[in-house]
Design a protein around this ligand. Structure first.
Ligand SMILES: [Ca+2]
Ligand SMILES: [Ca+2]
Ligand SMILES: [Ca+2]
Length: 541
């Protein structure tokens, strides 16, 4: 694979102690995340396929909370810095190599999230499986759990990696037993697995590949009213991850914390955050929004909306409760609040999850929120992980007008990182692209006539960013206002344009789901009101 071979030129794995890493803090902008006192047994240096983050480190902990490894991602922009860093680390390793020899990479796993490529030695694979988040393993053979979310990435960013073959490729239509509400998908042992939650809460699963589809068993075979799905595939059997139903909020799903999939975090009916591993092992009174989607990062930190309030009575997202706060929680080595954001009244956060991604390419995640007031309507705001507001976009200037923040991706004409939303999806539905300039999020391009939400629902996932046509650049895919076709909107030198569209031959009633495959291709799927799951597989799948 192209990226694997590129990676192997620059990447290496070495076993070393913390001192070898800590001699490099000046080279790593994000070195502050590396604890000084812990022993580091695994270091991965990973070229990052055109991804926007710059250079960043991700720490990985084992179940006892011991730091087991550091993954460093660097984009091509930072390749030179990365190479210097590799050289320095290898020099450090060579010094430390008297007792522990260097390990050369022998296998490659295409890591899907944000296009990272991991090089893993056989010795380290078990450690990786235990400590690497599912997002980084999404495209690997399903011997370790892989997950499918309605909002795609565990950090809330609706961005799929890989390259598709739309719009030319012919879709596959799969008849369902009823009208679908949600679709989630993940790679399977032979092709991909698609799971549909019907409006009557029955669940159907299908194994799909180039030769066709077959219905397969899924556990459970129904979900409580209101509950969205989190798909987990391990081997060939799909399950939907659920929490103890007598305690958990029925309006959201739990998330998996840690690599083997046994430990989950869920929101209780009381608003508490609960950590569960066959039994309750931790609980924090965070006062979570009842339908908050819990976001997860590589270090098993959690981010969720909190402090439900009725002070802004817009009520277009399924209820009249909106969040007035955000909580960042550490689960390793112990469960504790790391940071908190409070939104002063009369404003609220009008959404069910932030996007928790690195918008300014400094190696640290930001918290991207939609903040609304009765007089100014919605605006996009950006906070750092200390809870400080660092940037804001324009307000609509009129109350009771919403925008649906969708994805952060390299949309820009030169691959620059931009945020995309839909302004007033229930009215004119303008797709807006933003660039961050100092403390301002500036709208740099817009295209009207689309939507990403049906008023009154909790489905905020009707749009997805990715390279669906395989031309090497990222577009956003979303329905037109009639929900009968999908349009691909891409940036141009001085604006944005509808690049192509595909007819749905029916009405969209679900989120958009997608699968990235280990060979770098991707599939897209959605559900229609006439009881059809429509899937666009890549050529050759
Ligand atoms: Ca709400
Ligand atoms: Ca950042
Ligand atoms: Ca494209």
């Amino acid at each position: 694979m192209h990226f694997a071979s590129e990676a192997s030129k620059y990447a290496s794995i070495c076993f070393l102690d913390a001192a070898s890493v800590l001699c490099m803090p000046d080279v790593i902008p994000n070195a502050s995340g590396i604890p000084a006192a812990k022993k580091v047994s695994l270091l991965l240096l990973v070229p990052n396929r055109g991804a926007p983050q710059g250079l960043l480190s991700r720490n990985h902990y084992d179940r006892s909370g011991e730091l087991r490894g550091i993954i460093l991602l660097f984009s091509k922009f930072y390749k030179q810095v990365g190479l210097i860093f590799v050289s320095l680390v290898l020099a450090g390793c060579a010094k430390a190599a008297d007792s522990v020899p260097l390990v050369r990479p022998t296998t490659a796993t295409d890591a899907v999230a944000l296009g990272a490529t991991l090089i893993v030695s056989p010795e380290s694979q078990r450690t990786m499986a235990e400590t690497t988040p599912s997002s980084l393993l999404e495209g690997s053979p399903p011997t370790t759990p892989v997950y499918g979310r309605t909002y795609h990435l565990p950090d809330g960013n609706r961005f799929v990696s890989g390259r598709g073959d739309l719009p030319e490729v012919k879709p596959l239509d799969i008849p369902l037993a009823g009208e679908p509400e949600w679709v989630v998908a993940a790679p399977g042992a032979a092709g991909s697995i698609w799971v549909v939650v019907l409006k009557d809460r029955r669940v159907q699963a299908f194994s799909v590949n180039g030769s066709g589809y077959e219905e397969i068993a899924v556990t459970p075979d129904s979900l409580p009213p209101g509950m969205p799905p989190l798909l987990k595939v391990e081997g060939s059997a799909p399950i939907l991850v659920t929490a103890p139903l007598d305690d958990a909020s029925p309006l959201t799903h739990p998330v998996v914390v840690g690599g083997d999939g046994a430990r989950i975090a869920y929101i209780a009916k009381s608003g508490d955050l609960v950590i569960w591993d066959g039994k309750e092992i931790g609980r924090l009174p965070v006062n979570a929004l009842p339908d908050a989607r819990i976001l997860v990062d590589e270090s098993s930190r959690l981010l969720m909306l909190t402090d439900p309030t009725r002070r802004y009575d817009h009520g277009v997202l399924g209820d009249d409760l909106e969040a007035a706060g955000v909580m960042l929680i550490e689960t390793q080595p112990s469960l504790q609040v790391a940071a908190q954001i409070q939104i002063p009244q009369p404003a609220v956060i009008e959404g069910i999850a932030p996007i928790w991604s690195d918008i300014n390419a400094d190696g640290m995640r930001e918290i991207i929120l939609t903040r609304s007031t009765p007089s100014q309507g919605a605006q996009i705001v950006v906070f750092n992980e200390m809870g400080e507001e660092i940037a804001a976009g324009p307000s609509i200037g009129r109350g009771y007008r919403w925008r649906n923040q969708l994805a952060l991706a390299p949309f820009g004409p030169n691959g620059g990182l931009e945020l995309v939303d839909v302004l007033t999806p229930h009215l004119t539905g303008v797709v807006e692209f933003y660039q961050l300039h100092a403390e301002r999020l500036q709208v740099v391009a817009e295209v009207p006539g689309y939507t990403s939400h049906v008023i009154g629902t909790r489905n905020l996932d009707m749009a997805l960013a990715g390279d669906f046509d395989g031309d090497g650049s990222v577009e956003v895919l979303l329905p037109d206002q009639s929900l009968t076709e999908l349009g691909a909107i891409r940036r141009t030198e001085d604006g944005a344009e509808a690049a192509w569209s595909v007819p749905l031959d029916g009405i969209l009633t679900t989120n958009l789901a997608a699968v990235s495959f280990p060979d770098g291709s991707l599939a897209l799927g959605l559900g229609r009101s006439d009881g059809v799951l429509r899937v666009w597989l890549p050529v050759g799948q």
